[in-house]
Design a protein around this ligand. Sequence first.
Ligand SMILES: CC(C)(COP(=O)(O)OP(=O)(O)OC[C@H]1O[C@@H](n2cnc3c(N)ncnc32)[C@H](O)[C@@H]1OP(=O)(O)O)[C@@H](O)C(=O)NCCC(=O)NCCS
Length: 253
Amino acid sequence: MSDEWMPTLRMKLSRADFDRLPRHSAFKYELIGGETWISPWPRHAHAELKLARFRPAKDDVAVLPTRNARVDDIEALLPIFRGAFGPVQPYGSLDDEALTKAGEISLQRTFTGEDGVLAEPASFVVLQDDKVAGAILITLLPGGDPNEWESIHWHETPPTDLWAKAEGQPHLTWIFVRRLEQGAGVGTQLLQTAVRALKKQGYKSLWTTFLIGNDASALWHWRNGFKLLPGMFSKRRMRREIGKLGKDAAKEN
Ligand SMILES: CC(C)(COP(=O)(O)OP(=O)(O)OC[C@H]1O[C@@H](n2cnc3c(N)ncnc32)[C@H](O)[C@@H]1OP(=O)(O)O)[C@@H](O)C(=O)NCCC(=O)NCCS
């Protein structure tokens, strides 16, 4: 859960100052008993990229060397993680030491399979002057409706041959680029490299999840053709589900 890295703040503020507080969408703001409470309220959006439709313009894509990501890249990735995620929630309120620890724990989780089965052949680091400058890590989830817990978590030990059989739903679990290199097509190159590997294996789509309030991430996904999926409380989703139930009932009768 991303709120494990987010602080809860309590402070005395006048009503007028409370009303003027700048807001961030990953937090909720409440006046409780004359005290201001600012507490984590992380909400995530899911989006999907149809792999066949991913065709970035040539000059939007960097051309740096890449290679498959390995667990022993974590050490080199940590300073990049700190620079990339230091200014953004859910890590944006941590000091350097806590941020390094959070990065280490978060990346370890992905490499040890806690975020789904790591699709190693589709996970890459990018190199600049022989040094790691960013990474994309793809995991394989059960798939279905990303709003459902069982679609994004394996209840039982997942099969070991998911990748070989092109099964499971690929999910973009991490993408981050060294601060200095951002905006130069490196993230798009990492995505392109992962998409090529996924397509070659026979996968059709890539899911992603981003924190509402991480604007750079949302814009980057949008620019690269990810399509927003309906959220948990979407009326569109509910209408579709009711329509489907109606059709199923009609078939049974
Ligand atoms: C998101 C991220 C991976 C994109 O990689 P990148 O190499 O900087 O992106 P690219 O050069 O391939 O694409 C640039 C486009 O992404 C979007 N974008 C990237 N960073 C942005 C920012 N800070 N503000 C607004 N838009 C941004 C824009 O649409 C931009 O296009 P433009 O140049 O025409 O404005 C990188 O910015 C990053 O590491 N961010 C911090 C970590 C993060 O939030 N990761 C995503 C969640 S896991």
